[in-house]
Design a protein around this ligand. Structure first.
Ligand code: NAD
Length: 358
């Protein structure tokens, strides 16, 4: 079983990728632990709860539900859950098991970070996006009205259990949205992954374990490598934002309602490929291959009526804009990106227009 090490100043831990790893969950609980609080949503629990409950047979635990959904990724439900935990005998020896998609991973991780000033969390992601991204790296938090993920903390898990068999019940659109993040890893770090995504599309869509499990493990490995080199995103970790700078602007412009996060990243990768081509970083043919690949994993909802100018002005408000400078992660070839700031606004606008027209 691929055991991928994540090394951070806070703690070192393993991300384990294997079908059936969920069933071994109790092995990853620390000796002498107190009550286990499984934090999930009614939706995830309906699809996959039985398996987790079976794995926890004989372990003292309680299952708590968050409302689920990006619009409910707020502080208030965490306060209510913390009250419940105290009521149910939670203390400093308690453990949180975050069982769900990225929303649950972020919220339950943050709950663990602040409950009694911090208790351990075990991440068990159930969406593709969470398996290859959100559950690894220790970023936790919730949204404010003012913007996404504006309160939170770094709280590294005890371990991340990535069980690709959990994806069998995932709605197809959610699965596709996660695949855009997998494409991202190919573009930023792995021509081999990118090639598999191009040549084995039907097998990827069919969730063929021979292809998909390898892609998930490779994605986890890349995320782990990058996070291990740069936990707090001062340097290398920025490359993980490939497609995200544009994507965040699009999500904000559409009120976080029309697109899934991964779809917005797909749009963002197209805009980044166009921009890189305009700036002479990649030839037109490479940009074309990148865009063609993203579109082959679509559809991304139609966006043609959106105004590129408004998206450009949103870029300045991104949380990752540093002292007014927008940093763009741009490809220089398939498998390598650079970070650029000081890009002329007209070029950014043109790249947005071209991506909106795709
Ligand atoms: N912390 C990080 O580093 C990081 C990185 C990327 C994204 N994120 C966050 O992740 C969130 C998005 O995560 P997401 O895309 O997983 O969305 P999500 O958590 O909302 O899950 C998507 C949907 O899939 C359902 N679902 C989950 N697992 C299922 C399963 N196995 N079977 C059937 N249905 C299932 C959920 O109920 C939900 O309706 C965003 O809030 C984003 O900010 C965090």
């Amino acid at each position: 079983m691929p055991a991928i090490e994540v090394r951070t100043p806070q703690r070192n831990y393993a991300a384990l990728v294997a079908r059936g790893v969920l069933d071994e969950l109790p092995r990853h609980l620390p000796r002498g632990h107190g009550r286990v609080f499984v934090v999930s949503t009614a939706d995830v629990w309906r699809h996959q709860g039985e398996r987790l409950a079976r794995a926890l047979d004989g372990v003292d635990h309680a299952v708590l539900h968050l409302p689920g959904g990006e619009e409910q990724k707020r502080l208030a439900p965490l306060e209510a859950l913390a009250e419940r935990m105290v009521h149910l005998g939670g203390d400093r020896s308690s453990i949180v098991v975050a069982f769900g998609g990225g929303v649950v991973n972020d919220m339950a991780g943050f709950l663990a970070a602040i409950f009694m000033r911090g208790i351990p969390v075990l991440q068990v992601p159930t969406t593709l996006l969470a398996q290859v991204d959100a559950a690894i790296g220790g970023k936790t938090g919730v949204n404010l009205v003012a913007g996404k993920n504006l309160i939170g903390s770094f709280h590294q898990p005890l371990a991340v259990l990535v069980d690709p068999s959990l994806l069998a019940t995932l709605p197809e659109r959610e699965y596709r949205a996660g695949l855009f993040e997998v494409i991202k890893y190919g573009v930023i770090r792995s021509p081999e992954m990118f090639e598999i995504l191009r040549s084995a599309r039907a097998r990827v869509f069919a969730q063929d374990p021979e292809v998909v499990d390898g892609l998930i493990a490779d994605s986890v490995r890349i995320k782990a490598e990058v996070v291990s080199a740069d936990e707090r995103e001062s340097g290398l970790r920025r490359i993980l934002n490939y497609g995200h700078t544009f994507g965040h602007a699009l999500e904000a412009e559409t009120g976080y309602a029309r697109l899934l996060h991964g779809e917005a990243v797909g749009f963002g990768m197209n805009a980044a490929a166009f921009l890189a081509e305009q700036l002479g970083l990649i030839p037109a043919q490479t940009a074309e291959v990148m865009i063609e690949t993203v579109l082959a994993y679509g559809p991304i909802p139609r966006l043609a009526e959106l105004d590129a100018g408004r998206l450009v002005s949103r870029l300045a408000h991104d949380k990752k804009t540093i002292q007014g400078h927008v940093h763009f992660v741009l490809p220089v070839r398939i498998g390598e990106v650079v970070v650029r700031s000081g890009v002329a606004e007209a070029e950014v606008r043109r790249a947005m227009e071209r991506a909106l027209a795709c």
